[in-house]
Write a protein that binds this ligand. Structure first.
Ligand code: HEC
Ligand code: HEC
Length: 328
């Protein structure tokens, strides 16, 4: 992670072209103040910025990299789009999301892509392993959108790294499909569960705590989310009638993840980014996700019930994988 911070400092401070920094252990470091990056709207011709924004929205990029409104935790502060600063506690210490609005225009598209796919350095809470699934056409639009952002000048937060913490290695480049799957298909649903990061929260990890237990995929409990004094556990989304969504209709599922309203009327806690990320998901994409969930083997995995939340403003304390173990 020190490696990453060094890269960040070099880019923010000097506006230089990105390169992998040689230093491996700079220790905890403060980010340099944001340099006045050139304000550039320069999408590559043919790239679709509006579609890129859609992907950044349902991919929760905006959600994680934009502060929410103090007055309404289910809305983002549009004046600070992608300016970062959300803290994430974990085994690494505390690392804030990066000010992508300030750096994106300074990055070459290929560098930005590699960062999003997790190939440059470990990105802490950012689910780069899921973003590695982006098809080339979607990635082009996403990058075009990021490069169209106006740099937001905000003070750089201080990251605190745990003593002796060693980050995992960056991900190796994998096969990239040329075009994203389309239509209301199980294949597109599976793709979306990756690039809209449902899997990050809703799929349990394997024994190593990092990779997924694919034999129980989407059965909940991927990440523990600590709010106030309680842990929220992402529920089981497989078709099991007792512990999953087997007794929910398709519409009830879609309403829950697009509006944050559960079938029993209870509002989901806004760490489930229903309104900030998924509210504007197209009907076809929402249906494709449900088609995928329905096609999965139903897994019996009872996750501890989450109660009504009391402090809606308390949304971003700690994300600590792996989640507390389920009690089947
Ligand atoms: C769960 C939170 C989370 C989500 C979702 C997320 N990020 Fe990040 N991102 C982070 C964190 C934390 C960092 C900072 C890591 C660090 O300082 O090393 C980061 C860093 C980055 C960087 C690196 C900036 C630099 O200076 O190197 C880029 C680019 C980026 N994110 C883009 C995106 C995009 C695009 C998406 C959506 C496809 C996204 N992020 C989704 C948490 C997130
Ligand atoms: C940041 C973590 C996170 C992400 C990402 C996420 N969820 Fe959730 N989800 C949760 C949590 C936590 C809850 C439970 C909240 C509560 O009970 O108040 C939840 C609840 C739900 C529910 C309600 C189910 C029930 O039994 O109450 C559905 C449906 C759902 N999520 C679907 C999705 C889908 C589909 C996606 C991706 C498009 C997604 N979620 C992405 C964390 C997440």
């Amino acid at each position: 992670m020190a490696l990453r911070l060094v890269i960040g400092l070099a880019l923010l401070g000097l506006g230089c072209k990105s390169e992998r920094a040689p230093a491996l252990d700079a220790g905890p470091a403060e980010r340099a103040p944001t340099a006045a990056a050139p304000n550039a709207v320069r999408p590559v011709p043919g790239d679709d910025v509006a579609h890129g924004r859609y992907l950044a929205t349902i991919g929760a990029c905006l959600e994680c990299h934009t502060p929410r409104l103090a007055t309404d935790p289910e809305r983002l502060d549009e004046t600070k789009l992608m300016s970062g600063g959300t803290p994430f506690g974990g085994p690494w210490g505390v690392v804030h999301t990066a000010n992508v609005s300030a750096v994106a225009a300074a990055y070459q598209p290929a560098h930005l892509e590699a960062a999003i796919r997790g190939q440059l350095s470990f990105k802490f809470q950012m689910p780069t392993d899921l973003y590695a699934a982006y098809a080339a056409d979607d990635m082009r639009d996403l990058v075009a959108f990021l490069r169209s952002l106006s740099p937001v000048d905000v003070p750089a937060p201080t990251n605190r790294l745990a003593d002796g913490y060693r980050p995992p290695l960056p991900l190796a480049p994998g096969t990239v499909r040329e075009t994203a799957p389309t239509g209301v298909s199980v294949e597109r649903g599976e793709y979306l569960v990756h690039v809209a990061i449902c899997k990050d929260c809703h799929s349990p990890r394997a024994a190593d705590g990092v990779s997924y237990d694919e034999s129980r995929r989407m059965s909940g409990g991927g990440i523990g989310l600590k709010v106030s004094n309680a842990w929220l556990v992402p529920p089981n989304l497989t078709n099991d009638p007792e512990t999953g969504l087997g007794r929910w209709t398709d519409d009830e599922i879609i309403t829950a993840f697009r509006t944050g309203k559960r079938k029993d009327g209870r509002r989901l806690h806004p760490v489930m980014p229903a309104r900030v990320a998924y509210a504007d998901m197209t009907d076809d994409d929402a249906k494709a996700i449900v088609a995928y969930l329905r096609a999965l083997p139903p897994i019996r995995a009872k996750r501890p019930p989450n109660g009504p939340y009391e402090n809606p403003g308390d949304i971003a304390c700690c994300f600590e994988p792996p989640a507390p173990e389920a009690t089947p």
